[in-house]
Structure formats: structure tokens, C-alpha cells
Design a protein around this ligand. Sequence first.
Ligand SMILES: [Zn+2]
Length: 123
Amino acid sequence: MKAIFQSKRTLRSILTRVKEKVTGVVYQVNCSCASTYIGKIGRTPEVRLKEHQRAVKTGKSSNRIAVYVEKTGHMICWDSTKILEREPIWSKRRYKEAINIKNHFKHEFRSRHLNKLCLEHIN
Ligand SMILES: [Zn+2]
């Protein structure tokens, strides 16, 4: 019965819903200045994004994106967040996060790396 009422859903909304339900991902958050942050999460990316957004609002010093925003005053483009990998196993996820950070930095020369910028700001 339920399916009948859900049939008018667009492909986009279906894809978005699927994405929200995924747990265990490596994700990429973009800043308006083209810097990027690559992180990993065992829960859904939606939950993690909300945590990041809350941290930015409250200026939480343990959150790298929050620290970055506080130091630079830049705007994070939350809507353009991408899922790079789906990996339910923690150790593999950690590895894939590192690989993605490395590859991103290697291939996107114009894009600055928020992970690194954050570290520079913190240190
Ligand atoms: Zn920025």
C-alpha cells in the first residue's frame, strides 16, 4: 500500500534518501573558497553533517571545520557535500579516507585542502 503513495517521488529524492540511510562513508565537504575537507563516519553522513553544522554555530574547538570557519570566516557549502566511498568496516574506512585525501590533493591542484589548512590553523 505504502508504495502507491510513494510512486511520485523523483529520482533525485530517492537517491538523496538512499544516501542518507548509508552508514560508514568517506565524505567530502566543500568551502566557498574551493578548499575541501575529507572525513569519515561510521554513522550516516546526514548525522555527521548536522554535528559539523552545530559545531560551526557554537565554535566548537574540537571540530576541524568549526575551527576553520572561525579562523577564516568562510562559508561552507553544505549542500555540495559528496559521498566518496561507502565502507562499513572501520579499518578499511580509515584507509580509504587517507587514500582519498592523498588522491584529492594530488589531482586537484587548484583546490586547497581544508584538512591541512585546519591543521595549520590549530598548530
Ligand atoms: Zn574556505
